[in-house]
Structures are given as C-alpha cells and as structure tokens.
Write a protein that binds this ligand. Structure first.
Ligand code: NOJ
Length: 554
C-alpha cells in the first residue's frame, strides 16, 4: 500500500521541454536535450517530472492551445523521441506526468476548423455555440485586462462560441458523450506511452455546465470519478493532479469523500497564505488555511508549491492581505497581473536573500502534501519583466556561463535567456552551483534527500503546535509511531520559541535535529525552548538518539 501510492512521497519537478535544453541547436528545447539532462534531475533527487504541454500548438498560450492531442510538436521532437525519453526516465526510476488540457482546444485544431466550417459536421456539437451574443458574454473572464469576453463571434459559422480563456481557445463541450469518450482516449493514449498520470488543466471549467443559457455554471463532479475509474482500469497506479483553484469547502468534491475522485490537487489556499506569511511574518492566516484544507481521504494528497508557470495568484486573500503581498513582493504595477497576481519568480521576490529562500523552500518541503518544484527555482533563477504577461517567468534554464546559458548553440533562442544583473546566467547557473558545496542547488539537493526520508510528512496526520510566538509556525506530523516537528521563523529577527510536542509522544523526548547537531531536550513538563536565527528553520524527529533505528522499523 505504501509503495503503491507513489505520489504521496514524491517530489515533482515541472518543466517546459521548449525552454529546458536544446540538443539540435535550432534554438528550441527538445526531448533529446531533456534526455541529456535526466541525470541532473535524478541527482537533484526529484522522483517525478511533470511536462507542460508539448503537443503540436500554434503556441499562443505556451502550448495550452493544442491542435493535435496525439502527437509531439515537431519543434520538440517526435513520438519516438518521447518514448525514448520516458524509457530513459523509467530506467532511472523517474516517473513522468504530463499536462492534460481538455477544457479547450486551439482554434486551429481540425475539430474546431471543421466545426465552424460545416454546421452538419459531427464536430459542431463538440464546441459551445450561440446564435446571439449571450447577455452575460462579459462575465467570467480569466485574464482580465487582456481577455475582453468569454464569447466571440465567428464569421465562418455566423455564430458566437464560448471560450473560458483567450478567444483562440474555444471551449470543448465537455458534456457531450463524444467529447468525453475522446478525452478518455487521450488519457489512454499517453498512459500506453508510459506516463504515470496527468496534471489536469482548469478542472473546475472542464466539469462545469457550459452554454448561452448558463448563468451560473454548475460543476458535474461525477465526471471526475469517470476519469479516475478509466485511468485505473488502464493502469492501476496512474493519477490525476487537478489544477483547481477553489475554496476549501469544495475541496472534498474534487477528492471525493472516500477518495473516489481525483488523487491530487494543488493547494492554492495554502500557497497564497504562505506568501502572505512570507510578506508579513504573520502566520495566523496560513494556520487557518492549513486547518481549512486538512480533511481528506487517506489516498488523497495535496500538491504544495511556491511558484509555477503562471502569475502568483493572490485572488483568495482579502484585499488588505493582497496589498501587503503586493507591497512586499511586487510593488511596481509592471510586476502585477490580472489585478490579482504577481508575475515574478521566487528568488527576486525574496530579494535573492538566501535565508528567506531557504525558509520558503524548507517550508514547502514540510507542508502537508507532495512538493512541486518549478524548474530553475532550484538555482534561484530570476524573471524578465520586459516579456509580456506570464512569459516573464518562463525564460530558458540557465545551465552554464556559455553563451545563452548553455541552453542552446543557436544565436537566437526561442525566448531570451536572462543575462546580466544579479540573476543573469553569468551569475546564476547550474555549472557554477554544482561546484560550490554551499550553493542553493546543493542545499536543495540535501533537503530533498532528507524530505524523502521523512515519510511522516507525506503520510501522517499533522497538528499545528501551540508556539509561544505568532511569527513561528510549528507543525508536528505523526505516522506509525514516528513523529517529526518542523519549525519555521518568518521574522527577520532571531527569536526564542517555546512549544510542547503534545500528548501522543513521550513528554521527555529529545527532538533530534535532522539537519544539524543541535538537538533539543524538553523540560520536565515536556516544553521545548528553541532559539531560531532570522528566518531560521528546524526539522526534528521526535525520540531518542536511536531515531534512525525507529525509522528502519517503518
Ligand atoms: C491554466 C494554465 O496553468 C495556464 O497557463 C493556461 O493559460 C490556462 N490554464 C489555460 O489553459
């Protein structure tokens, strides 16, 4: 059982093939390049690679506008290259997950072209049409300021079509049994080619009712069970990780009360409140977010992350909290996006301050769930705010001090590499950090190794310990007679924090520091007093110094 649910103790690494490594020198990253970097990823300790969309696409939304679900964009290679890649991953014990973008297609997809051209075509009903402009056509845009409407008039069809995202991404009519059957077929295809699961794009919209008459979309949660059942018939341990930025009271609808729907979801609630805590040193809202997202079936799991390929969405914070985060991490309007988010990478948001970066990473690795690392964050890459919208955080991976960071030999990379300044490839790159035992890269590698040895975090129940300070978060995990305690100081000042580990463990237990030699002995009442540096953190295992022995009994 423990090994079957591989995703519970996984470390996921997310990347775009096109900006990771270019092997054939045409300026665009490709599968052959990625294959050459697999040993780097394995060395980092990650267990699962999540590939962002790599299927044929006009590339108007970073590949989230697909024209063929059953192929690889020729710029990245062929299906043959893809299977070489998954094979090489499996040889190294790495799993592969891929994006599943089925809420919409590109407007260049043959299905849509056929649908708009011919009213008799079977594909007409695969999309969502209206003869008249729907009264609420301006409601529900996802990219305010860039996207004007959710309905666009199509001259060829002489009708309006629905698109939750950009106008070049017509929504599929996911209520159609034919569309649903195709969706399963897409999953079945990639499963057959060796993937272990999907990061499902825009899940609330996939399952929502759509149409000109639909004023308030209603989620059809049963569809989630259908997806999961199909997947598990085809491959027992395949999973779906849902992108669903929803309120905590609907989380269980996605997981299913008995875990019968999707296995994983990104925890957006905890993500936004983490950034609030990093900005304000007030951990109370983060504690609330952790409590609010706590209950779930044993097989269900959160994906915890710091940054991803989109803006840092702060839409679930209160306006005051959001202003605090904007002021700390994105004060310039050019750093903000869609009135709700920040289009920056982690390192520049934290001023490149190693102490804060370690705090953020240490926290992510010890929050309840499976960590999801964004490529380049392991070396502290920066952003390029001259690029439009979310492109700012999608620049090529910085491998070395060679031209274009060693990403490509071509003189014009698909997207400019960050050069010059504190985050330019001349200063921030893998090759230099590899040689430096104290680099962020080597630190993260050590932390990932330790995280994998602490399955209590992945599997256990957590409790928020009562700490003597509001700027310190102390979490205890308990699983199969083993406990760990993780303590994080969000403040810029050193502090002394007192806490008790709690009733489940011996009152006089030693807290064994897993990362250095300063262990903590509780007093007679079981209270621990720990001195933390500014932004300091500790990972302790509860028990005597024989803690390693305890682990081996797991
Ligand atoms: C969510 C993805 O993360 C984002 O990058 C994309 O633009 C939209 N879905 C539409 O597919």
């Amino acid at each position: 059982m423990v090994n079957d649910l591989w995703y519970k103790n996984a470390i996921i690494y997310c990347l775009s093939v096109g900006t990771f490594m270019d092997a054939n020198g045409d300026g665009v990253g490709d599968f052959r390049g990625l294959l050459r970097r697999l040993d780097y990823l394995q060395g980092l300790g990650i267990t699962t690679i999540w590939l962002m969309p790599f299927q044929p696409s006009p590339g108007r939304d970073n590949g989230y506008d697909i024209t063929d679900y059953y192929n690889v964009d020729p710029r990245y290679g062929s299906l043959g290259d893809f299977t070489e890649f998954t094979h090489a991953c499996h040889q190294r014990g790495l799993r592969v997950m891929i994006d599943l973008v089925v809420n919409h297609t590109s407007d260049q997809h043959p299905w849509f072209r056929e649908a708009r051209r011919d009213p008799e075509s079977k594909y007409r009903d695969w999309y969502v049409w209206s003869k008249k402009r729907p009264a609420h056509a301006k409601d529900g845009v996802v990219f305010p300021g860039v996207q004007k409407s959710t309905w666009t008039y199509d001259k060829e069809a002489s009708m309006w079509y629905f698109h939750r995202f950009y106008e070049f991404q017509p929504d599929l009519n996911t209520a159609s049994p034919f569309v649903q059957a195709e969706l399963l077929k897409i999953m079945g295809f990639w499963i057959q080619l060796g993937v272990s699961g999907f990061r499902m794009d825009a899940v609330p919209f996939v399952i929502a009712t759509k149409g000109a008459q639909v004023k308030r979309p209603v989620e059809q949660y049963d569809m989630l069970r259908t997806f999961r059942e199909f997947l598990q018939w085809r491959k027992g341990d395949a999973i779906i990780l849902a992108e669903a930025n929803v309120l905590p009271d609907t989380d269980m609808k996605y997981f299913g009360d008995a875990g019968e729907r999707l296995q994983m979801m990104f925890n957006f609630q905890v993500n936004q409140n983490t950034f609030y805590a990093l900005a304000s040193a007030d951990v109370a809202p983060l504690k609330n977010a952790l409590e609010a997202t706590k209950w779930r079936a044993a097989t269900a799991q959160w994906g915890v992350f710091l940054r991803n390929h989109d803006e840092l969405d702060l839409g679930r914070l209160s306006p005051k909290q959001r202003e605090t985060v904007f002021a700390a991490f994105g004060p310039d309007p050019a750093m903000q996006l869609y009135n709700r988010g920040i289009r920056r990478r982690l390192a520049p948001m934290l001023d490149g301050d190693r102490r804060r970066l370690e705090l953020a990473y240490s926290l992510m690795l010890t929050l309840p769930g499976t960590p999801v690392v964004r490529y380049g964050d392991e070396i502290g890459m920066g952003d390029d705010l001259r690029l439009p919208e979310r492109e700012s955080v999608r620049t090529p991976m910085q491998w070395s001090t060679e031209p274009h960071a060693g990403f490509t030999k071509h003189d014009r990379p698909v997207c400019p590499v960050i050069s010059g300044g504190p985050y330019g490839f001349e200063r921030v790159n893998v090759a230099s950090q590899r040689r430096d035992p104290n680099s962020l890269l080597n630190w993260i590698e050590r932390m990932i190794r330790m995280r994998k040895e602490v399955p209590e975090i992945s599997w256990g129940d957590f409790a928020i310990l009562k700490a003597s300070r509001d700027d310190v978060l102390a979490l205890r995990y308990h699983w199969r007679n083993n406990s760990v305690v993780c303590v994080h100081n969000f403040s810029a000042a050193a502090c002394t924090v007192k806490f008790r580990v709690g009733s489940k463990v011996g009152e006089n237990d030693v807290l064994v520091n897993l990362l250095s030699d300063d262990h903590s002995q509780g007093n007679a009442k079981g209270q621990h007093t720990v001195v933390l540096e500014p932004y300091g953190y500790r990972w302790f295992r509860v028990g005597g110094l024989d803690y390693l022995l305890k682990r081996s009994e797991v």
